[in-house]
Write a protein that binds this ligand. Structure first.
Ligand code: PLP
Length: 483
């Protein structure tokens, strides 16, 4: 790596990215390209000779940027945010600059030790019980995604049980979740070899704001035991993907404890907000769980990818996931005095993600991070209030965090025969096609609703007000056509 050339090209790249951010509001938030658009724009094979960075960046601007959906736009309100920050961006550069693959301690001691320290820091910020921290016999690890965290803990739970009942009994293992649990859990169960007939989806109801009922969990478990099956694992959620429902952790863990079931808490989205003391109660009950994970890459101004997972019993993970080939043997591992994170995850090589979390935590400090999260919630309240001022609309599910679920109310079209879901679908398509903002939808309990997820770093009050005006204008046109 020629340092002069690196300096020159890196400056160009930074300028390119700074320009991108300066102009981000000029692009349609949702990419407007058609499937296959890029095939026609790029050559059919890789270049034989090197090309200069100038012409590569020109193609990025002309061909790639139009095919981006701009997640960092202040008008991005879709899915859940993947917000970022200068601190996180610069630390990505640093970790990429070092480009170490800290698979075990010896392969980059700082990468491992920093990860153990920052996961303990973050665990303290969440007031996780000490038993989840290294200082208390547990420990944290940074994965790329919640899907990985769920899969790894499920594998740990599975192997722990199979080691006593024998692997022939895998067909008897049963896992539990609600109809609001993220699809990552179904995928993890498939990969872990849990039979699809033993995947229990417990129905949630509007009366409990779509939270998982401990009572139903217990009766489902009892009936499985009567049938000779073996309850294994519960995936409970704090902040479900559709509507940010919160499962009652304490009562659910009372049930899992009674039956020796592994309880995992998936707080992918809402976990960040729980570093604010006034929101911490949403994870009350976590004390009794076996594992807990959340994604700083959603709301904690930490760029993709970063999912923190804590377990009370690291050995359960290690027993399931460790391999010790000769070519990786070393004295530090043999001493059993170090953490080898390769045994806490699926892949072997791993990025130095602790670097970005460390730099984000230091650059912001706990209080400023809390204020970022609070201001997202305040903006969501503002949006919720605006929806409330217009009788044609309704809030479908009470807001808890920074997501607002709303729709055109059935009463707004009472005289018209068109289905209310169709009207709301048309509204969503119409606002997204405008390029002015991007929102996504969900269907819960048979109701189609729009989701306004606030949390993009650049979003300010003016963007929320403007978004609401766009929505109202499009609603005017649609309702005029139908009513
Ligand atoms: N769990 C919940 C509650 C989520 O909302 C999401 C994604 O939005 C996930 C899991 C999956 O997260 P990841 O993309 O990190 O695997």
């Amino acid at each position: 790596l020629d340092s002069n050339e690196f300096r020159k090209q890196a400056h160009m790249m930074i300028d390119f990215i700074a320009d991108y951010y300066e102009n981000i509001e000029k692009y349609p938030v949702l990419s407007q390209v058609q499937p296959g658009y890029l095939q026609n724009l790029l050559p059919k094979s890789a270049p034989y000779y090197p090309e200069p960075i100038e012409s590569i960046l020109k193609d990025v601007q002309e061909h790639i940027v139009p095919g981006l959906t701009h997640w960092q736009s202040p008008n991005f309100f879709a899915y859940f945010p993947a917000n970022g920050s200068i601190a996180s961006f610069l630390s990505e550069m640093l970790m990429t600059g070092f480009n170490v693959a800290g698979l075990n301690w010896v392969s980059s001691p700082a990468a491992t030790e920093l990860e153990s320290i920052v996961t303990d820091w973050l665990g303290q910020m969440l007031v996780l019980p000490k038993s989840f921290l290294f200082s208390g016999g547990g420990g944290g690890v940074i994965h790329g995604s919640s899907c990985e965290a769920i899969l790894c803990t499920l594998l740990a739970a599975r192997d722990q049980v199979l080691s006593t009942i024998g692997s022939d009994s895998i067909g008897k293992l049963v896992v539990y979740c609600s109809d609001q649990t993220h699809s990552a859990f179904r995928k993890a169960s498939k990969i872990a070899g849990i039979h699809s007939r033993n995947f229990r989806v417990i129905k949630s109801t509007r009366s409990t704001s779509f939270a998982l009922s401990p009572h139903l969990l217990r009766s489902t478990i009892c009936s499985d035991i009567e049938d000779g099956l073996i309850p294994l694992y519960l995936c409970a959620t704090v902040g479900t993907t559709s509507t940010t429902a919160v499962d009652p952790l304490g009562p659910l863990c009372d049930v899992t404890k009674d039956y020796g079931i592994w309880a995992h808490i998936d707080a992918a989205y809402a976990g960040s907000i729980c570093i604010c003391p006034e929101f911490r109660h949403f994870i009350d009950g976590v004390e009794a769980a076996n594992s807990f994970s959340f994604n700083p890459h959603k709301l904690l101004v930490t760029m993709l990818d970063c999912c923190c997972l804590w377990v009370k019993d690291p050995n359960a993970l290690i027993n399931s996931l460790s391999t010790n080939p000769e070519y990786l043997r070393n004295k530090a591992t043999d001493s059993k005095q170090v953490v080898d994170y390769k045994d806490w995850q699926i892949s072997l090589s791993r990025r130095f993600r602790a670097m970005k979390l460390w730099i984000v935590l230091r650059s912001y400090g706990v209080e400023k991070l809390r204020n970022v999260l609070r201001s997202n919630v305040e903006l969501a309240k503002l949006f919720e209030g605006l929806v409330g001022t217009d009788k044609r609309f309704e809030i479908v599910v009470p807001r808890k965090f920074s997501l607002v679920c709303f729709r055109i109310s059935p009463s707004a079209i009472s005289k018209c025969k068109t289905n209310i879901d169709e009207i709301n679908k048309t509204l969503l398509e119409s606002i997204n096609a405008s390029g002015r903002l991007y929102m996504t939808h969900t269907v819960v309990d048979g109701v189609f609703m729009l989701r306004c997820a606030i949390g993009a770093t650049l979003t300010q009050e003016a963007h929320v007000l403007a978004a609401w005006n766009v929505i109202k204008k499009h609603a005017d046109v649609i309702l005029n056509m139908h009513v």
